[in-house]
Write a protein that binds this ligand. Structure first.
Ligand SMILES: Nc1ncnc2c1ncn2[C@@H]1O[C@H](COP(=O)(O)OP(=O)(O)O)[C@@H](O)[C@H]1O
Ligand SMILES: [Mg+2]
Length: 211
């Protein structure tokens, strides 16, 4: 079966895009950002294209490109756009697909639907990106409870940042969720340093659930 994996996070700015770029590069797969909020500067798709070293056709067009860097529900309202769940069906491709959510799990797409509702429909395995800094135990355990309450499969946690051994252990022990690995903070973030850090920080089979 072709691998499809959803990258979510405990919050916005935790490092989902950088991790997704590293993973898409390792898998030599496709990347898809269904809802992009904010078009000034580099979009997540552009960051991934730059960091993952993927040919441009491997970065699929976003389903929604919203101008304001706000929660998608509000950004869509400002643009006069209604985000429809039907437009967020994931593409079926012959190679692995890495899908990046917007913000965290409870982010609204419109006044009725949150991102986690879409993930519950998809039923794809999710990797939860979590900071290692103070506050992450609470955010990560809450996110895992929300996923489990909806029977969304959790592939595991990808920690982002410098090692905090007790914090990581505490999250794993309370949640019982697997720790897939850790991507350290890279002072120099390039395609090469990212790829090397992904290889050093993650067991490839544990991420992909296979060989
Ligand atoms: N491992 C890392 N090393 C260095 N900088 C990182 C790393 N992960 C994320 N960043 C930086 O932190 C910021 C937020 O990361 P990003 O991946 O865009 O988060 P998210 O997609 O969760 O909003 C960006 O400026 C990004 O370059
Ligand atoms: Mg992102």
């Amino acid at each position: 079966m072709t691998q499809r994996i959803v990258i979510t996070g405990t919050d916005t700015g935790v490092g989902k895009t950088v991790f997704a770029a590293g993973l898409a590069g390792l898998l030599d797969g496709f990347y898809w950002k269904p809802v992009q909020s904010g078009l000034d500067g580099e979009t997540d798709s552009e960051v991934v294209a730059r960091l993952a070293g993927l040919p441009s056709e491997r970065v699929l067009p976003e389903a929604y490109r919203l101008r304001s860097p706000l929660s998608p529900h509000r950004s869509a309202e400002i643009d006069g756009v209604a985000i429809k769940a039907a437009d967020l069906a994931f593409p079926v491709l012959p190679t692995p697909l890495v899908i990046e959510g917007s913000g965290g799990l409870m982010v609204p797409l419109n006044r009725r639907t949150r991102l986690i509702d879409i993930f519950a429909e998809w039923r794809l395995p999710v990797i939860l990106c979590a900071r290692t800094t103070l506050g992450t135990i609470n955010h990560t355990l809450l996110s895992i409870e929300a996923l489990r309450a909806r029977s969304i499969p959790l592939a595991g946690i990808a920690f982002i940042g410098d090692e905090m051994a007790d914090t990581q252990r505490t999250i794993v022990e309370f949640s019982g969720a697997p720790q897939l690995g850790r991507l350290p903070h890279l002072d120099l973030l390039t395609g090469k340093t990212l790829r090397d850090a992904m290889i050093a920080g993650f067991a490839f089979a544990s991420i992909t659930g296979g060989d």
